[in-house]
Design a binder for this molecule. Structure first.
Ligand code: NAP
Length: 529
């Protein structure tokens, strides 16, 4: 949406192909009960239009999916975006022609568009992953994936429900299923670290106070913050710069209590060494494990809900609304499928390797996404020499700055792999990257260059740089979707840039200032940049 607005605003002719029947992307498709942001609404919103951010009223501290969608629909109306979007179409292929240096896009309805620049804005968590469990097609009840939740909803009242998947999505959905279903069986393979979101109706005074400071706070998000956040808590307390063992055990406890009460992802802003030093991280592990045991009444269930396979924060922290409390309900049962894996789906439910059967009416898969690369490699993008992006990336994503891939001229990725996408505010990153693409296109036009792509060596160097930063942290200890480890057979590669947005932006600006030194220009063009 932002790219359309920016590029159209620079006088380019832009057309968007969209699979959904309306705008919203993630917030259009992920309609399961409990879906909501875990970044504060006052931040998880566009910053480019001061009137828009002043006028829009967020009803809750953390907006629910219907409110985020309503906001995006309002933005589409306000900017008159829909006139340049074809809805309800899947892009089937994008083929590059080297003679004309043009891309041709074809949809599943046979329409074609020819363009000079191709900008996939398909998101990094958009291709739902449904595991190929034997017998999955034989299930006689209702089977749904959370990423393709039916618009009319799923009525589970009085039904026996089972859910596979306890990541951020499962953690949000489970309390709702527990409340509404006759029985809920949670088939857990790996527990996740989760903290309370502490969502509340938006305090009017708080919204007024933030809005009064918006320009300065947004500046700080872009220029000073790693992840694009200013709302560490209601008092705008800054990130902690001390290390975990710089303080006494009592002070550490007080710091963690403060984060727990503040809610959301703010544990990432706690002690500076939590992601670097195992002993420091262990202090947080002990704290969070204790919290789980305080909430969950049955000690054996509490034990199962405490992760032992990864340190806290090394997978994206989950934020919940009554997740652990749900396991105190009589109608909720936790089943450990790590020790007794799912063997098959039967017409009536799920059978485990031990032979235990769980018969259900509704089977929910909250099994996540083929993140980062999955949506792009499925687009059937054919670049130079007839090579597809899927082939080119079969050993891992190859991008420079997450923005362009070698062999694919004039293909600009938004939120692409090896960009800071998973570690920076989505509305702000889309704003910066859209403007960057517009600026690059203006430069190419002005200099008479038809096409540009990064030098393969520059791409390889960037990939190494992304890996090197990751290796300095504890993040490789977790089998996360950040590493592609959630999809069987996917190359293990850290998919996001961990250097922080200010450094990312500095490096992008260097490319422009340096006249695209690390880039190859179109071979047919005599013009130099
Ligand atoms: P996820 O974190 O990848 O979790 C998938 C779950 O499915 C895991 O528990 C996984 O278990 C399980 N699973 C996958 N394949 C399985 C199999 N074959 N058998 C049994 N279990 C299987 O996906 P997600 O929960 O959708 O979250 C993905 C990301 O989306 C989040 O990290 C977050 O960035 C974003 N998100 C954000 C929010 C929000 O609050 N704003 C909400 C939802 C999602 P294993 O761990 O054992 O593989």
């Amino acid at each position: 949406m932002r790219a359309l607005h920016v590029l159209r605003g620079r006088g380019l002719s832009v057309h968007v192909i969209e699979a959904g029947d309306d705008v919203g992307g993630t917030w259009y498709f992920n309609r399961y009960p409990g879906a909501r942001v875990d970044i504060e609404s006052l931040e998880y919103s566009y910053a480019f239009d001061e009137d828009l951010q002043q006028e829009w009223e967020w009803p809750e501290r953390y907006a629910a999916q219907p409110d985020v969608l309503r906001y995006l629909q309002h933005v589409a109306d306000r900017l008159d975006l829909r006139r340049d979007i074809t809805f309800g179409r899947r892009a089937e292929s994008f083929v590059y022609d080297e003679d004309s240096a043009l891309w041709t896009a074809t949809t599943d309805h046979g329409e074609q568009w020819t363009c000079r620049y191709l900008v996939p804005a398909v998101g990094f968590l958009s291709t739902a992953y449904l595991p190929r469990i034997p017998g999955i097609d034989s299930f006689g009840g209702r089977l749904v994936h959370t990423g393709q939740w039916p618009h009319e909803g799923v009525d589970v009242a009085g039904e026996r429900v089972a859910i596979v998947g306890t990541g951020a999505t499962g953690v949000q959905l489970i309390p709702h299923l527990a409340r509404d279903a006759a029985s809920l069986t949670v088939l857990q393979r790996s527990p996740m670290w989760t903290v309370p979101l502490q969502n509340i109706p938006m305090p009017e005074e708080y919204q007024r106070r933030i809005k009064a400071q918006y320009p300065e706070l947004r500046r700080r998000e872009l220029e000073e913050s790693f992840a694009g956040n200013f709302l560490v808590d209601f008092d705008l307390r800054p990130s902690e710069t001390r290390k975990a063992f710089d303080v006494s055990a009592q002070e550490r406890e007080a710091e963690y209590d403060f984060r727990w009460e503040s809610g959301g992802l703010c544990f990432y802003m706690s002690f500076a060494d939590l992601l670097f030093d195992q002993a420091a991280n262990d202090t947080l592990r002990d704290y969070l494990a204790r919290r789980v045991r305080e909430i969950v009444r049955d000690p054996a269930t509490a034990d199962l809900l405490i992760p032992t396979d990864h340190p806290p924060l090394t997978k994206r922290l989950c934020c919940d609304n009554g997740y652990f409390e749900a396991f105190n309900q009589e109608n909720v049962r936790l089943v450990d499928t790590k020790t007794d894996p799912i063997a098959e789906i039967t017409p009536t439910g799920v059978r485990l390797e031990s032979g235990a059967e769980h018969d259900v009416d509704v089977l929910v898969f909250a099994t996540g996404f083929d993140a980062g690369t999955g949506s792009l490699t499925r687009l059937n993008i054919v670049g130079r020499d007839g090579r597809t992006l899927a082939e080119h990336w079969s050993g891992g994503a190859r991008t420079h700055l997450g923005l362009m891939s070698d062999g694919f001229p004039n293909l600009f990725l938004l939120d692409g792999p090896l960009s800071p996408a998973a570690f920076f505010s989505p509305p702000l990153l889309s704003d910066y990257q859209s403007q960057l693409v517009a600026r690059i296109i203006e430069r190419l036009d002005a200099d008479g260059t038809r096409a540009i792509e990064p030098d393969p060596d520059a791409v390889t160097t960037w990939m190494g740089h992304v890996d090197d930063i990751c290796a300095m942290t504890l993040l490789p200890k977790a089998n996360s979707w950040w590493l592609g480890a959630n999809i069987p057979g996917k190359p293990r590669q850290f998919l996001y840039y961990l250097g922080g947005f200010p450094e990312y932006r500095r490096r992008c600006e260097l490319v422009l200032e340096g006249g695209f030194e690390e880039y190859l220009r179109d071979r047919h063009s005599a013009a130099a940049l």
